[in-house]
Design a protein around this ligand. Structure first.
Ligand SMILES: O=Nc1c(NC[C@H](O)[C@H](O)[C@H](O)CO)[nH]c(=O)[nH]c1=O
Length: 201
């Protein structure tokens, strides 16, 4: 029996999306999964009509820092992006290369103005201790709070998985049983644009 789980199909049109500014804050832990998730989200956001230069991307060390990193990105109305989707789409630098995400980009595109939604992306993989549970709970509660406190939609892009293969499959890069899985980043991108339009000023 096929699973009934999964998101409803995303809307096919997003009128007004050309004016939107969308943020992405991603953790740098488990970067082999983070990278396809970020790329999938960016591709969906662009497909929905948002200009690449209006997609502001930044990173934090790990998922524990996602709530404060997301809060600071929303608060900073003048954002000198550590990168934006032009870099990613152009392949100029890997956003997840430790260097790129901490050094100022060669040709930063200034981007200013309030953000209409933010996607917070992290990958938590259960280890042998309770660390996973504490970070996962705090991170999710924190992200919910940032969204409610700021009235800027915060899309939950945090995978909380029990095995590496579960993470890889949810980024569309699964390695086992010939099933690459589905890139959840693509869904988060569409959710961000939909919520930005629904809550727009
Ligand atoms: O431990 N595992 C993980 C992790 N730990 C680091 C934590 O988020 C934080 O950056 C440090 O504790 C410093 O504050 N961060 C993740 O994103 N995924 C993990 O699987």
């Amino acid at each position: 029996m096929t699973s009934i789980k999964g998101p409803a199909p995303a809307p096919t049109s997003f009128p007004g999306s050309e004016k939107l500014r969308i943020g992405i804050v991603h953790a740098r832990w488990n970067s082999e999964v983070i990278e396809p998730l970020v790329k999938g989200a960016v591709e969906s956001i662009v497909k929905a009509g948002v200009k690449p230069e209006n997609i502001i991307i930044d990173s934090v060390p790990g998922s524990w820092e996602l709530p404060i990193g997301t809060s600071r990105m929303i608060a900073g109305s003048q954002i000198q992006a550590s990168s934006n989707a032009n870099d990613l789409m152009g392949g100029a630098t890997s956003l997840l290369d430790g260097e790129a995400s901490t050094t100022t980009p060669t040709t930063p595109k200034k981007s200013s103005g309030p953000l209409d939604a933010v996607i917070s992306i992290g990958v938590l993989i259960k280890g042998q201790t309770m660390h996973f549970e504490y970070i996962a709970e705090s991170c999710c509660q924190g992200l919910m709070r940032v969204g409610l406190d700021t009235s800027v939609p915060v899309i939950l892009g945090v995978l909380t998985v029990l095995t590496e293969e579960q993470a890889l499959k949810r980024a569309g890069v699964g390695r086992q049983d010939g099933d690459k899985g589905h890139n959840h980043g693509e869904d988060w991108g569409f959710a961000a644009v939909e919520m930005a339009l629904k809550t727009g000023k």
